[in-house]
Design a protein around this ligand. Structure first.
Ligand SMILES: *Cc1c(COP(=O)(O)O)cnc(C)c1O
Length: 391
């Protein structure tokens, strides 16, 4: 098993650069060509073959960050998810997926897989018995996501990979919420690591991209399908992503630190009924999170007390933006029931423990005092509105 050979900030800054041989500039030049020579060359390059100079360079950075042999980048996180899954599944195969998944992945499975004759089972729970029970003789892939969206449940990666290996099954993880800064699933035996690079890798809410980090053998298998499906990333965006990733580790570490402080502060606030953050000792998966994560991440969820309107609270925020998506340097909040998990329906949401008032909080890099002050003023405003109505 390969692990990181350099410090994470050095990898973020320097690994996977396109060398500027002509002018010796400090940063990677962008090669926008969609047409390359085919005679007398080692590699036939084309953007949809995932092998332009900028695409190849960035893949080296991502592979170095995850400690894998190779990597591929895609036009979106879902392009990475769908290509990885379809590369390992065909008609008659079966996949086990953990019960709480990113909404887009859930929709891909339930809306599309029946068209291809791929069978699937969502686990009931995240413990070993739940995974073992879901496996059938036809199971080819086990797919997990940890920490999960939005309740930050943690899945035991070693347990899943051991179970899969004993049954000749390939394991895949959506590692978006942790980012390669906080969690390297290869160390726990997971085979295929997927990222929505739209999130922490991009980090500035201005890029849509995806990535897969895995072995050379699996990369080749995924590439064979990827070039046919065509979900490659434009070199302009590849270059922006490389630029963003130079600061990924310092951004994510700042977000880890802010999130831990905010989670502690929220859990002591009378207006807050419950906080879901794997870095809190009160979180049921705290010990497991400590074993497999080097930082607890910038994502959490919380529930306000019943009498406080979650929507009014978010409207009263002045600094924190109520908005879709996550992991930017700016803090954002949203209600999963209205956004990421709206399509699940009320019953399924209730089953998964996602209440209408649950708020997901993506903590940015602002000063924590300002974030706290913003939440305090919003709570005060909602509280005074309630008192006005009552009196
Ligand atoms: C956003 C997200 C995705 C999908 O990524 P896109 O870039 O939006 O396609 C997949 N998994 C998780 C956990 C995400 O947060």
């Amino acid at each position: 098993m390969k692990s990181r050979t350099k410090g994470i900030n050095t990898i973020c800054t320097h690994v996977g650069e396109v060398k500027d041989e002509q002018f010796k500039g400090a940063i990677s030049p962008i090669y926008l060509s969609s047409s390359y020579a085919f005679m007398d060359v080692d590699v036939k390059r084309y953007p949809r073959y995932f092998n332009t100079p900028n695409q190849e360079a960035l893949c080296k950075k991502i592979a170095a960050l995850e400690g894998t042999e190779d990597a591929l980048i895609f036009g979106s996180g879902m392009a990475a998810v769908s290509t990885a899954l379809l590369a390992f599944l065909k008609a008659g195969d079966h996949i086990v997926l953990q019960e709480t998944l990113y909404g887009g992945t859930y929709n891909l499975v339930v809306e599309e897989f029946h068209k291809y004759g791929i069978e699937y089972t969502f686990t009931k729970g995240l413990d070993e018995a739940a995974f073992a029970k879901a496996i059938t003789p036809k199971t080819k892939v086990i797919y997990i996501e940890t920490p999960s969206n939005p309740l930050m449940k943690v899945t035991d990666m070693t347990m899943v990979s051991s179970l899969a290996k004993a049954n000749g099954i390939v394991t895949m993880i959506d590692n978006t919420f942790a980012s390669p800064v906080n969690q390297n699933p290869l160390q726990f035996g997971i085979d295929v690591i997927i990222h929505s690079a739209t999130k922490y890798m991009g980090g500035h809410s201005d890029i849509c991209a995806g990535a897969i980090a895995t072995s050379k053998e699996h990369t080749e298998r995924i590439w064979n399908l990827a070039k046919n499906l065509g979900g490659s990333l434009s070199d302009m965006t590849v270059w922006m992503l490389e630029r963003s990733m130079k600061t990924m580790a310092i951004r994510v570490k700042a977000q880890n630190k802010n999130a831990k402080k905010l989670a502690k502060w929220l859990s002591k606030n009378d207006a807050v009924a419950k906080v879901y953050y794997p870095g809190l000792k009160s979180h049921p998966d705290y010990e497991l999170a400590k074993r497999q994560m080097t930082g607890f991440g910038g994502m959490m969820s919380f529930e306000l007390q019943d009498h406080i309107d979650a929507e009014a609270f978010q409207k009263a925020l002045k600094l924190i933006k109520p908005s879709m998506s996550l992991a930017g340097v700016e803090s954002t909040m949203l209600c999963p029931a209205q956004t990421s998990h709206a399509l699940l329906g009320e019953e399924e949401r209730a089953k998964q423990g996602i209440s209408d008032g649950l708020i997901r909080f993506s903590v940015g890099i602002e000063d924590k005092e300002d974030l706290i002050a913003d939440i305090e003023q919003a709570l005060a405003e909602v509280h005074s509105a309630v008192t006005l109505v009552e009196s």
